[in-house]
Design a protein around this ligand. Structure first.
Ligand code: AMP
Length: 413
C-alpha cells in the first residue's frame, strides 16, 4: 500500500463542496473589488524565490522543495504566491493593463515544514497583489477585501494585527538600535535568534520563544523610529480602516524581515485555532519588483490559508443535494424510456441520476433517498403504455400522475 506523502491531504468528495463554496465566494468578492485572476506555474526557477522571498527567511533556508530537472536546472515548487506574481507582472508587462494592477491567485503551495494540525507540506492559498500605488487606500483595500471574505465565511473573533516597519530611510536606525540592545542579552536569546541577530534582526521581534519575548518586550517600538512619511502613511491607513469600521490591534512586534518590505504589515488571527492561529497575512513591498528585475513599482498584497480558514469558517454552510431527480424504472421494458427522460432532464438543467446496477425497485427508492433526491420520476410499464408517468415529491411524499411529455412542469426546486 502506497500512502500519500507526509504533510499532504486528499480532498475528498464529501468535503470538496466547502472548497467550491469558498472559491466561489473569493471569486465574487474579487470581482466586486475589481481584482483579476492570474495563474502562474507551480514551479519556478529557484533563484526567483531566493531573491523574491529572501535568503534570510525560514522558507528559503529550510523549507523549499528544490530539485534539478533533466537539464540540470534548479527549480522549486512555489512556497508562496507573491514572487511568482511579481515575476509574471514584470515578464508580461502587466503595468500596461493600467495602474493600479489588481491581481489575485488561488492554488497549492509547498513548504517542507514539520506537519501538524493546520500546517501542511502542500497547502492552499488565496492571495491578492496590487501594483502601482503608494497610497494607503490600497493597503486598506486589501485588508478590507480579506475582512469581507472572513466575514462572509462566518469566522468570528478575527483579529487584525497591524504594524508599520518603515522604509529604507528610517528602518536602519531602528535596526541599529535593536542590534545594540539585543547584543547585550545575546546569551539569553534562542539559537535561531542569535543567528537572526546578524542576518535578519527584525525577526527576533516575532520569535515565539518565551525567553526571547521577555527580552524584546522592553525594547522601544518601531513606530518611535518611523520617518514622517512612514508615520503619515500608517496614520492615514488607520484613518481609512476606521472609516471602513474595521477594528484592528496595533502590534509593534509584527514584522517582515526583509529589506523590500516597506511600511504596512498585517496579520489576521483567530483565537480558537491553537498554535497555528494565523489565517492570513500581508503587507506592502515597494522594493520587491525592483529586486526581481523590474522597474521600481509600489506594491501591496495579502495571502490567506484556505485549509485554516475552512477549519474555522463556513460552519453554517449547507451542502446542496447532489441530485434533483432520480428516475426509477419498473421492469425492463421501461429502461429505454428512462434513458430518454434522463437525457431530457439533464438538458433542462436538472441534476439527474438513475440506476445503473440493475437494482430492484425497492433498492432504487433507497438509492434515491440516499442521494437525497428532491423528486423521483417513476416509470411503470402499464402507465407508460398510456403515455403517463408518476412524479413523487420526496419531501412531502405527494405523487402526481402526469403525461410523459409534460412532467417537467411538476418540478419546483
Ligand atoms: P505566509 O505566506 O507564511 O504569510 O502565510 C499566509 C497564510 O497561509 C498563513 O496565515 C496560513 O493561514 C497559511 N499557511 C502558511 N503556511 C502554511 C502551511 N504550512 N500549512 C497550512 N497553511 C499555511
Amino acid at each position: 500500500m502506497i500512502s500519500r506523502p507526509k504533510g499532504t491531504n486528499d480532498l475528498l468528495p464529501e468535503d470538496i463542496w466547502r472548497w467550491h463554496k469558498l472559491e466561489e465566494l473569493i471569486r465574487k468578492e474579487c470581482a466586486l473589488f475589481n481584482f483579476h485572476e492570474i495563474r502562474t506555474p507551480v514551479f519556478e526557477e529557484t533563484k526567483l524565490f531566493q531573491r523574491g522571498i529572501g535568503e534570510g527567511t525560514d522558507i528559503v533556508e529550510k523549507e523549499m522543495y528544490t530539485f534539478l530537472d533533466k537539464a540540470e536546472r534548479s527549480l522549486t515548487l512555489r512556497p508562496e504566491g507573491t514572487a511568482s506574481v511579481v515575476r509574471a507582472f514584470i515578464e508580461n508587462n502587466l503595468q500596461e493593463m493600467g495602474l493600479p494592477v489588481k491581481l489575485y491567485y488561488l492554488g497549492p503551495m509547498f513548504r517542507y515544514e514539520k506537519p501538524q494540525s493546520g500546517r501542511y507540506r502542500q497547502f492552499h492559498q488565496f492571495g491578492v497583489e496590487c501594483f502601482g500605488s503608494p497610497e494607503p487606500v490600497l493597503d486598506a483595500e486589501v485588508i478590507l477585501l480579506a475582512s469581507e471574505i472572513y466575514k462572509k465565511l462566518g469566522i468570528k473573533n478575527v483579529i487584525i494585527k497591524l504594524n508599520s516597519i518603515g522604509c529604507q530611510a528610517c528602518r536602519p536606525q531602528y535596526i541599529a538600535k535593536l542590534k545594540d540592545e539585543l547584543k547585550k542579552s545575546k546569551d539569553s536569546l534562542c539559537e535561531d535568534c542569535v543567528r537572526r541577530l546578524d542576518v535578519n534582526p527584525l525577526r527576533v521581534l516575532d520569535c515565539k520563544e518565551e525567553k526571547c519575548k521577555a527580552i524584546t518586550k522592553s525594547l522601544p517600538p518601531i513606530y518611535d523610529y518611523l520617518c514622517p512619511e512612514c508615520k503619515e502613511h500608517f496614520n492615514k491607513l488607520k484613518q481609512i480602516l476606521n472609516l471602513f469600521e474595521l477594528s484592528y490591534v496595533e502590534e509593534p512586534r509584527l514584522v517582515r524581515g526583509l529589506d523590500y518590505y516597506t511600511k504596512t504589515v498585517f496579520e489576521f488571527t483567530v483565537e480558537n485555532l491553537g498554535a497555528q492561529n494565523a489565517i492570513g497575512a500581508g503587507g506592502r513591498y515597494d522594493k520587491l519588483v525592483e529586486e526581481v528585475g523590474g522597474k521600481p513599482t509600489y506594491a501591496v498584497g495579502f495571502a490567506m490559508g484556505i485549509e485554516r480558514s475552512l477549519q474555522v469558517g463556513g460552519a453554517l454552510w449547507q451542502k446542496e443535494p447532489d441530485v434533483d431527480l432520480y428516475i426509477i424504472s419498473i421492469g425492463d421494458q421501461t429502461k429505454e424510456e428512462a434513458l430518454r427522460q434522463l437525457r431530457l432532464a439533464r438538458q433542462k438543467g436538472l441534476k439527474t441520476e438513475l440506476d445503473t446496477l440493475n437494482r430492484s425497485v425497492k433498492a432504487q427508492f433507497k438509492q434515491a433517498d440516499k442521494l437525497k433526491a428532491k423528486f423521483c420520476l417513476i416509470l411503470g410499464p402499464d402507465e407508460l403504455l398510456q403515455g403517463q408517468v408518476k412524479l413523487k415529491n420526496m419531501q412531502s411524499g405527494e405523487e402526481l400522475q402526469l403525461p410523459l411529455g409534460d412532467w417537467l412542469g411538476g418540478i419546483i426546486l
